[in-house]
Design a protein around this ligand. Structure first.
Ligand SMILES: [Cu+2]
Length: 162
């Protein structure tokens, strides 16, 4: 649990930013972390644990109410973090695969169930309240979608290292 507390502490101490940033945090072992704290900052920080880590920010939705992830594709190195920042009204992010882009990956690939990520629904009325962060474990493509209503069918999909 200490790694969860470390991440929450980090997120709580930072401010809103866009794009990639480099921050320091301790190693994490879980596949994803949901928080209701402030998004990751754009300035490098240092911590007792040492080591720098890149955080890629992806917006789930946008101010215009679009059914999109922005950006919908990022290139990340092993060990990098990807933080989803949720816009109104109620989006989610779930891991899928290329063949079944609007289906939880564990439904088409039982072997993926152990590490599949899903944020759960993130109802919010303003940006900055809800985030969900995963760590990139390898260089394989990671596909994801929003499981709300028909958002995926309307194009709310994205990928890491496609
Ligand atoms: Cu959505």
């Amino acid at each position: 649990m200490s790694s969860i507390l470390a991440l929450v502490t980090l997120l709580a101490s930072t401010v809103v930013a866009q794009g990639s940033s480099t921050v320091s945090m301790s190693a994490m072992s879980m596949s994803g972390v949901a928080t209701n704290t402030a998004p990751v900052a754009g300035t490098p920080t240092s911590g007792a644990s040492g080591g720098l880590m890149t955080v890629h920010v992806i917006k789930a939705g946008n101010q215009a109410g679009g059914l999109v992830f922005e950006p919908n594709s990022v290139t990340a190195n092993v060990g990098d973090m990807v933080q989803f920042q949720f816009y109104p009204k109620n989006h989610s992010v779930a891991q899928s695969n290329f063949a079944n882009p609007c289906m939880p990956i564990q439904m088409s690939d039982a072997a993926a169930a152990a590490n599949a990520f899903y944020s759960g629904f993130m109802p919010t009325d303003r940006m900055g309240q809800l985030t969900y962060t995963i760590q990139v474990k390898d260089t394989n493509p990671i596909w994801f979608y929003c499981s709300q209503g028909k958002h995926c069918q309307n194009g709310m999909v994205g990928a890491i290292n496609p």
